[in-house]
Structures are given as structure tokens and as C-alpha cells.
Design a protein around this ligand. Structure first.
Ligand SMILES: [Fe+2]
Length: 367
């Protein structure tokens, strides 16, 4: 975990959850690659990987404390000019291309194959239990992918590796080899939410203003491959920060660009700080407030990968993380936050030469 700078008043607390011995844990441990646990990983680009026989490449699992065993993540690398083994599984998977250029072929047992090309920054989903294979399109360098999946949920629900990995059921209502399935065409599902099966470059896609979450914030959500998982890209400009909020487990926040930090705390308890840069990943634990800050001199953006679909909800009702505490929700408005939060932000921006553009404390009341 990266050590925080300039925040001596925030002592770290140990937030590790007990390492369980579930069917998922036993399966992950049997893969012959590292299973990274804890709260935060500082750089997925340089994280060491080991040979992963099942996939025919290199990899490492990332099972962070905040997942609530709903989801997990892994990083895998495809050797230069090679492909990974074909696979299928009864858990959902969202895939972000950390680095490289290549292609993926997806098919059902009967029906045409669909192949599409990807590059650094691409985001896509594998339709549930479809067969697929990744290919590295470059002969002189590896390709590195990040996957976030529902493997813990599914392994622990069915407790059968054979059922999860060798299941012949084809969800043709989700994917049946349709031409153009991964063509990148998008349909607006609702405000800020786009249904698409392929995003060419999450690092440059234009998000939509969403100031309810914070001054200058802009976000775009994705619903992919009829999955129960969701994702979104959030961008925040220099000198502004987003409001604190809390929600359920399993939201993997991966930093696409920029430099900053996040504060995370259970209600009434001490805050934990993680300092991040491009390549860092953190999962806020269930019910913990968390707040992300761009303290650098350049805009920052992150990609959140999670088991929250706006189309296929596991639980009915409005998403409370968007609603202010005063209205029974899970978001802390600027007026209600601890002034120490603003002080630290100003201190960090001064270090990087970033101009603070937030309104004067106590916010709108004096401006
Ligand atoms: Fe969040």
C-alpha cells in the first residue's frame, strides 16, 4: 500500500477482512499464481505476474477487502505474438486493456464467431458463459489486461468448479454471434448511461457533467453484454474534488490518469488515505464513506468496475449513494463535510502547484 504524504492526522487502521476458506478461495489458490489481498494495489502496470497454466499466459489475482466476495480482479499478460487459451465460465467478466494491442474472438458452441480488435484503453465485456480467446496482435511486446469478474459470487453459490468452468449452457438471449456485437455502437439507456459492448478508449471518451456528485465532475456509465455488472468513467478537473459517499461492496476504482488520493472511513472512525496515480486500484469496503481527490496539476479520471448494473438491478429501489444524507441518502454534501478534508486538499494542491477552484468554506453560504 502506498504511504500517504502530508496527512499526519490520519493514522492508518487495519481494515483487513478475515481470509476465508471458501470454494472461491480454494480455487483461486489452486491456480498457481499470486492472490494479492489487502486494501489497495498501487500499480497494476508493474505488478509482478506468474505463469498461469490454465490461461496459458501470466497473471495474478487481486482479491481486495472491499469486494464483499461479490467480485474479484485479475491481471493477465499475453506473451508477444501469442494467444491465451480459449475459455468460458459462468461468471461475468469486464475487461480493460491496460497495455497493448490485439483481438478477442467470442462465440457460442454453435453459431458464428465474432472477432474485434482492441488497444490500450479499450473496455469490453464477455457475454456470460460464451467461449472466447484473447490474441496479442504485437510480436515484440506483451499485452496486459485487467479483468473484474463475479467469480467469488458464482463459485461460492454453486460450489462446483465443473459447473462454473465446463457448463455447456449457451445464453443465446445475450449473445448468439450477432454481426457487429462488439462494433462499439452505443444506445443511450438513460441519462449518462450508455448500452454498448465495446468502448474503444476509456481514457479519452467524453463523459457527461454530473455536478450533483461534485463540482466539475463528469461521468459516463456503461451497460455491457446484458451483464449484471456495470462500469463508469469519471473525470475530475484540476483544483476540484468530488463529494464523499458510500455504497455496497465490490466497486473496483482503477485510476486511468492523473495523480491524487482517496480518503476512506467507516462512519465515526478514522480515515484511511491511499495515494494513487495511473495504474492504482482501490475497492471501498461496504458502507465506508470514500472521497476521491485530484491533487495534481492535470485532470484525473478513473474507471469503476463493479457488480452494480443500472439495467439489471439485484435489489429494487433508488441508488442511495446519489442522495444527500439529509434526505436519508449516502452522500455527504460539501456543507456537511469535516473542514479538515478541505485543508488537506489545499495542502496537497499547493505541493503540485494546482490552483484550488473550490468555493470558499463554508461553501456556498459565504459566496
Ligand atoms: Fe463510490
Amino acid at each position: 500500500m502506498a504511504e500517504g504524504n502530508g496527512a499526519p492526522s490520519y493514522e492508518r487502521i487495519d481494515c483487513k477482512v478475515e481470509v476465508m476458506d471458501t470454494p472461491y478461495d480454494r480455487w483461486a489458490s489452486s491456480q498457481g499464481i499470486d492472490v494479492i489481498r489487502g486494501f489497495f494495489v498501487d500499480d497494476l502496470y508493474t505488478m509482478p505476474l506468474k505463469w498461469w497454466n490454465r490461461l496459458g499466459g501470466y497473471g495474478a489475482y487481486i482479491m481486495l477487502d472491499g469486494t464483499g466476495y461479490l467480485d474479484d480482479a485479475y491481471v493477465c499478460a499475453i506473451p508477444p505474438g501469442k494467444s491465451l487459451n480459449a475459455q468460458r465460465h459462468m461468471f461475468e467478466a469486464l475487461i480493460y486493456v491496460l497495455d497493448g494491442r490485439g483481438a478477442t474472438t467470442v462465440w457460442q458452441s454453435s453459431g458464428p464467431k465474432q472477432s474485434f480488435e482492441w488497444q490500450t484503453g479499450s473496455l469490453f465485456a464477455i457475454p456470460l458463459n460464451a467461449r472466447y480467446q484473447h490474441f496479442n496482435g504485437q510480436g515484440d511486446r506483451e499485452a496486459r489486461l485487467l479483468a473484474v469478474t463475479t467469480a467469488p459470487l458464482i463459485f461460492n453459490l454453486f460450489r462446483s468448479e465443473d459447473f462454473v468452468l465446463n457448463n455447456s449452457y449457451a445464453f443465446t438471449d445475450r449473445f448468439s454471434g450477432e454481426e457487429g456485437y462488439f462494433g462499439g455502437k452505443g444506445v443511450l439507456y438513460s441519462d449518462r448511461v450508455v448500452e454498448t459492448n465495446f468502448v474503444a478508449d476509456a481514457t479519452s471518451i467524453e463523459p457527461v457533467a454530473w455536478t450533483e456528485r461534485g463540482k466539475g465532475n463528469a461521468t459516463i456509465f456503461f451497460e455491457m453484454a446484458q451483464s449484471m455488472m456495470g462500469s463508469h468513467v469519471s473525470r475530475f478537473p484540476v483544483g476540484l474534488y468530488k463529494k464523499a459517499h458510500r455504497h455496497g461492496p465490490g466497486a473496483h476504482v482503477f485510476i486511468l490518469s492523473g495523480k491524487g488520493y482517496s480518503l476512506l472511513w467507516p462512519e465515526g472512525k478514522e480515515r484511511i488515505r491511499v495515494d494513487w496515480t495511473r495504474g492504482s486500484i482501490v475497492v471501498p469496503p461496504e458502507g465506508w464513506f470514500h472521497q476521491h481527490f485530484n491533487s495534481g496539476a492535470e485532470p484525473a479520471r478513473y474507471l469503476a468496475l463493479k457488480v452494480i448494473s443500472r439495467k439489471f438491478k439485484l435489489q429494487p429501489g433508488k441508488i442511495q449513494s446519489d442522495v444527500p444524507l439529509a434526505y436519508g441518502g449516502w452522500q455527504i454534501e460539501y456543507d456537511d463535510e469535516d473542514p479538515e478534508i478541505r485543508r488537506i486538499f489545499e495542502e496537497e494542491c499547493a505541493k503540485s502547484g494546482a490552483e484550488v477552484k473550490m468555493p470558499k468554506f463554508p461553501w456556498q453560504r459565504l459566496t
